[in-house]
Ligand binder design. Structure first.
Ligand code: ATP
Length: 309
């Protein structure tokens, strides 16, 4: 699979400690994740993913359903399924520290302090029998625990764009709307003041108006905290306005990456070009994003083969 990179990527290729350049906060190299699909079978969910995120940087991952976006985000957040049959190859480094093959305690530390994740479906991740305030409180960064944690809970809820936070903290997830629940997930994720936030389709389940507002809140929250962001979406429009750089995934691989604007204004890989063409035509028709037709896939495969031989 050919990969297109350009100037926006240069920062991510070179930096290593000691050469005068900043070490990326997250550096993923040649990541391969194999997930069990039956008693003897497995799927290669990502085949070769390399990406980097610097401190304070916002990075988007786009691609069609099944291209490996979620698995990449979960691997980076240390949240892959825990089965011993899950196999991970390649490298995932946080601030230069190798996590592939690291003991579970090392991942516990990263999950507790360094990385927070926001998921598509808040009801799956919120505890239905625990008050909102308690769930935010449990996530507060250990170094803030000496402070008034009640105040900190309310501050996090406000930061996530919620109102009447004192009363809200006493409520349970089922008493809130979808948009409010998604904001609660943002509050929980930022309560530990992570260096990196991974937001996986954070607004896909919401209607368009609420989606806009929640994205704006995410944008403001990340800016205020100086947190790095990986924003995963099948929707290029969502990613385009919020990220500095973008990675386009197809079939478990990154096929193109670079500064978001460059990639979207001047896509070089045929898959990115098709993705953008479809977005444009469907947007004109007022429709949602699509899946790439099989005929196009076959023609790319032929192009790839011709290119390789
Ligand atoms: N828990 C799992 N067990 C087995 N296979 C999985 C699991 N999660 C994902 N996969 C497979 O891994 C591949 C990548 O899936 P992934 O969810 O990362 O794609 P995606 O690009 O995020 O898609 P979507 O936009 O639909 O979420 C797919 O083939 C998928 O079927």
């Amino acid at each position: 699979m050919s990969t297109t990179t350009r100037t926006g990527e240069v920062r991510s290729e070179a930096p290593t400690a000691g050469n005068g350049e900043e070490t990326p906060l997250l550096q993923v190299s040649n990541l391969q994740v194999y997930l069990p699909t039956g008693s003897r079978s497995e799927v290669e969910a990502t085949r070769s993913v390399s990406l980097s995120v610097h401190r304070g940087e916002r990075v988007g991952i786009v691609g069609e359903s099944g291209s490996g976006k979620t698995v990449t985000g979960r691997a980076a957040a240390g949240l892959l399924p825990t089965s011993p049959r899950v196999r991970v190859k390649g490298s995932i480094k946080f601030a230069g520290r190798e996590m592939v093959g690291a003991p579970p305690k090392a991942w516990d530390e990263v999950r507790a302090k360094t990385v927070g994740m926001i998921f598509q479906d808040p009801l799956t991740y919120l505890n239905p029998v625990m008050k909102i305030g308690t769930q935010v409180r449990e996530s507060i960064s250990p170094d803030r625990r000496g402070h008034d944690r009640g105040d900190e809970v309310l501050r996090c809820l406000s930061l996530a764009g919620l109102e009447d936070v004192g009363e809200l903290a006493e409520r349970f997830p089922h008493e809130l709307s979808g948009g409010m629940r998604q904001r609660v997930l943002i509050a929980i994720a930022v309560a530990k003041k992570p260096d990196l936030l991974v937001a996986d389709e954070p607004t896909t389940a919401l209607d368009a108006t609420v989606q806009q507002r929640v994205l704006q809140t995410l944008d403001e929250t990340v800016t205020e905290l100086g947190t790095s962001l990986i924003l995963i979406s099948h929707d290029i429009a969502v990613v385009s306005g919020m990220t500095d750089r973008i990675y386009v995934m197809y079939d478990g691989c990154v096929v193109e990456s670079g500064a978001t604007r460059d990639v979207l204004e001047n896509p070089e890989h045929p898959y990115t070009q098709a993705l953008l063409r479809s977005v444009r035509s469907l947007t004109e028709e007022g429709m949602e994003l699509y899946s790439i037709p099989d005929s196009l896939r076959a023609s790319w495969a032929r192009e790839e083969q011709a290119h390789a031989s």
